[in-house]
Design a protein around this ligand. Sequence first.
Ligand code: PLP
Length: 397
Amino acid sequence: MNAPAVGLTGGASPLDTRLQRELDSFRAADLYRVRRIVEGTHGVALTVDGRACISFCSNDYLGLASDPRVAAAAQRTLGSSGTGSGAAALVSGYNREHAQLEEELADYTGRARALLFTSGWAANLGTLRALFGKADALLCDELNHASLIDGARLAGARYIRVPHADTGGYAAALADAQAQGGEVGIVSDSVFSMDGDEADVPVLAALARQHGATLVIDDAHGLGVTDGGAMALADVYIATLGKSLGAAGAFVAGSEALIEFLIQRARTWVFSTAPPPAIAAAARAALRIIRSEPEHPLRLQANIARFRRGIEALGSGLPFRLSPSTTPIQPLIVGPAGPAVALSRALLARGYWVAAIRPPTVPAGTSRLRVTLSAAHTDAQIDGLVAALADASADAA
Ligand SMILES: *Cc1c(COP(=O)(O)O)cnc(C)c1O
C-alpha cells in the first residue's frame, strides 16, 4: 500500500511548515511583501486597491504604457494576427511584426542586428550563459540587477564582484582575470535600478578594449531616457521593452555574429515561445514615438529637476535623504525597513503611491522610497508629492 499523502489529507506538510516559519520571520522583520491591485491603465493617475492616486513608482518613464497610439497598434495586430505566436521563433513563432521590430531596434541602436526576447530576465540569463562558461571570468558591479547576477552564475564563469561604480576596481580585477586565462566579460547595468546612478560606460568600454574583454551593458533604465554611451560602446547591448517603451519583452543588439550565435545557443530564447505579435507591434509604435517626439525625455528631465528642487527646498530634519541621482530614479533613503514602509503608507493615504524598497532588494539599513518620475507627471502632481512628503514626515516625527 502507498503511504498516505500527509499534505493532502489534512495537517500542514513539512514544506508548508518550513515556509510558514520563514514567512513569519519576514513579517517580524518588516520584510513581508504584498501586491496591490491596479484597475485599468498603469498610467500616472490610476486606481489602486479601489482608490484613486498618483503613481510615482512605475518604470514607464515616458508615459507610453497608456499612450492610445501604442494601444491602437497592439489592437490592430491582435485583430490581424490573434493572440499567441504558438511556438518558439525557430519553429513557427516568428512573425513579420517581430522581424520588423528587430530591424527597427537594430537601426535605432546603430547596430547590425537585434534579437527579441520575452523579458529582460530571459535576455540576461540566455545571453550570459551562451557567451561565457567555466573557463571564463565575469566582472560584475555589486549593485547589478538580479537577472545579471543570476545570468553570470548560470554561465558558470568565475564571478568577480566589483565594488559599486569603482572603475579602479575593474582595472585591478581585469589584470587578475586575464592572468588566469579564458574570456573576460565586464557586466554592468547602465543606470542602477534602485539607486538611479549611472555606470561610467565610456571608461568601462576603454578598459574592455585595452584588455581584450567583452563589455555587456544592461540599459533597461536608460533606453529612451538617457544616453550614457551604452548603445554605441557595449559589445553586447541589452535593453527591455517593458519600461520606457511601455510594452513588454527585451532585446539584445550587436554584431551579426553575436546575434547569429545567440539564435543558435541562447537557451532562454531557443526554448521559449515567441512573444505575442501584438506586443511587438506595441513596441514598434512606442519606438516610433520615441524617435519622432523628443519632447518626452525633455519633459522628463524638467520633472526630475522640479522634484529635486522641491525636496531640497524642504530643508533639513527630514526622515529621508535625497540621493545624488540625475535619472528618473530618485530614491529617498530612509534606513530601517519599518519607517520606510510607514512613510510609503502615509503617502498612499494622501493619494501618492511610492514603493518602499527593502532588503534583500537593497542592502540592509538602506531601505528607501523609490520615487520614479515620468514625462507624464504634471507640475502640480510633483509639487503635490513634495507637499505630501513634508506632511507625512511631520506626522512621523
Ligand atoms: C527590469 C530589469 C530587468 C528585467 O527585465 P524584465 O523585462 O522586466 O524581465 C533586467 N535588468 C534591469 C536592469 C532591469 O531593471
